[in-house]
Design a protein around this ligand. Structure first.
Ligand SMILES: [Zn+2]
Length: 457
């Protein structure tokens, strides 16, 4: 599916070896080259957890520690999410895409698929799962690969150059999956070590402009509507930035937290800690145990069966808004248009039909994920620690829109919480006569037989 709205544009400064939010680097004064990100291009920095995942995946693909030679822990790495059946991210190192890191739900592990440049570099470093051919292969053809193991990724080489990626099947044949079309060479970057501090220095003017624009947006609406301001804070990075911008523009505000009852403990404690440290008054719209009570009636929620949002979010929020702001309020939230197709279509000011007494706006609607991270880092904001444990987004831990890789993170970080949820799923599967793959492959995330469900099954 094509991304319908505006996309993020990023550049790379060869001299500073840093991504840029604008074509001009404000540290060295040079111009960067455009990064070829897949839409919408909302790339974020890789954290040490991500680098560990990447290191293991690369080791699995190559059979040796190729990570330390190919990448290093001191490189600044960008991860750009792709549309895929589970989690898949483009990996940019030193301004070039080395390949895609992706979670294979059937193998239940992370893998890495080389791009053309990634394959070129891997071959230089002694990657040995190689098949030499003397003809140009096409996607879908099979080549004898009996010396490799089932599931191995092999690089197909023609005239000494990588031309395609293939995967070995159970029959000992490698099937070509990806033929390299673009064979653009490497960029000559300084490959110096780059920290988040350095990246901020290269982008500080741009961040300053974004910040000024956002504060002006808040101030103008505040003047226009002359209503009390309430900032929605979910414990996530985007609403943290919106909260900080609002407080620095208008001073003390009320904070609204929608506690769905299925938040992760770290998220709840972050909300209390942040509002407390900023001296703000917190209003909690709590769903209590509504989710668990409703489960016994409705069963698990699905992407095509989102009863959870109404019961855990909209009803408590509407009730709380009516009680606290019967004469309307200006509701500052932290959504960004690059997050989802639905959000890319959101107008600058709107009202939710369920909560009409809140006038909603997002001052960071056009901020990219990288801008958000640079702002958080430079202002030393107390961001939710779950982002550094592999969580890409913060919210209900069993949300049916989650990917299996995210569920695995929940299971690793909060095993007791996950096992409670899993045992409920198992008992529901038993009740309706489904097998364990309905639980473990996450097929419960769809009520009806939609195409992604069929593909995973
Ligand atoms: Zn520079």
């Amino acid at each position: 599916m094509r991304w319908p709205g505006e996309t993020v544009k990023l550049w790379w400064c060869s001299e500073c070896n840093s991504p840029l939010l604008d074509s001009l680097c404000c540290k060295c004064g040079g111009y960067g080259f455009r990064l070829g990100l897949a839409d919408p291009g909302d790339a974020r920095p890789a954290f040490s957890y991500d680098l560990d995942v990447l290191r293991k995946a690369l080791e699995l693909e190559s059979g040796f520690n190729i990570f330390d030679k190919l990448i290093s822990y001191n490189s600044f790495i960008l991860l750009n999410k792709l549309m895929y059946i589970d989690d898949m991210k483009e990996v940019f190192v030193n301004g070039v895409k080395l390949g895609n890191l992706f979670y294979n739900p059937v193998e239940n592990r992370w893998r890495f698929r080389f791009s053309y440049i990634g394959a070129l570099k891997a071959l230089e470093l002694g990657f040995s799962r190689v098949l030499n051919v003397d003809w140009m292969v096409k996607r879908g053809v099979s080549i004898d690969a009996s010396r490799f193991s089932n599931g191995d990724q092999v690089i197909i080489v023609f005239n000494g150059e990588p031309i395609a990626i293939a995967y070995v099947g159970r029959n000992g044949k490698a099937r070509v999956l990806n033929v390299f079309r673009s064979k653009r060479g490497d960029y000559n970057t300084s490959s110096r070590n780059t920290s988040l501090d350095d990246v901020y220095k290269c982008n500080s003017n741009y961040i300053y402009r974004l910040e000024s624009r956002a504060c002006k947006h808040i101030y103008v609406l505040w003047e226009k509507f002359r209503k009390p301001i309430v900032v929605s804070y979910s414990g996530g990075k985007d609403s943290l930035v919106s909260l900080h911008l609002t407080v620095s523009t208008v001073g003390g505000v009320q904070v609204l937290f929608n506690d769905t009852g299925i938040e992760l403990p770290e998220t709840v404690s972050n909300v209390y800690r942040v509002t407390d440290s900023m001296g703000l008054s917190l209003v909690v719209a709590s769903a209590g145990d509504a989710f668990w009570r409703s489960f016994s009636v409705f069963g698990p929620p699905g992407r095509d069966y989102r009863w959870c949002c109404k019961i855990c979010k909209l009803i408590p929020a509407a009730r709380t808004a009516l009680k606290h702001w019967p004469n309307e309020a200006l509701n500052i939230i932290g959504q960004r248009s690059f997050e989802s197709i639905e959000r890319s279509r959101s107008p600058p000011v709107w009202r939710n039909e369920w909560i009409p007494n809140l006038i909603c706006t997002s001052p960071i609607n056009r901020w990219s994920s990288l801008a958000v991270w640079l702002y958080i880092h430079s202002r030393r904001l107390d961001v939710n620690k779950l982002y550094f444990k592999g969580f890409d987004r913060i919210g209900c831990f069993l949300c049916p829109t989650s990917r299996l890789s995210e569920f695995r993170n929940v299971e690793e970080t909060y095993p007791e919480l996950w096992s409670r949820w899993r045992s409920l799923l198992v008992s529901w599967a038993y009740r309706i006569g489904y097998g364990m793959e309905w639980v473990d492959l996450g097929l419960w995330r769809w009520l009806t037989n939609t195409s992604p469900k069929i593909r995973i099954a």
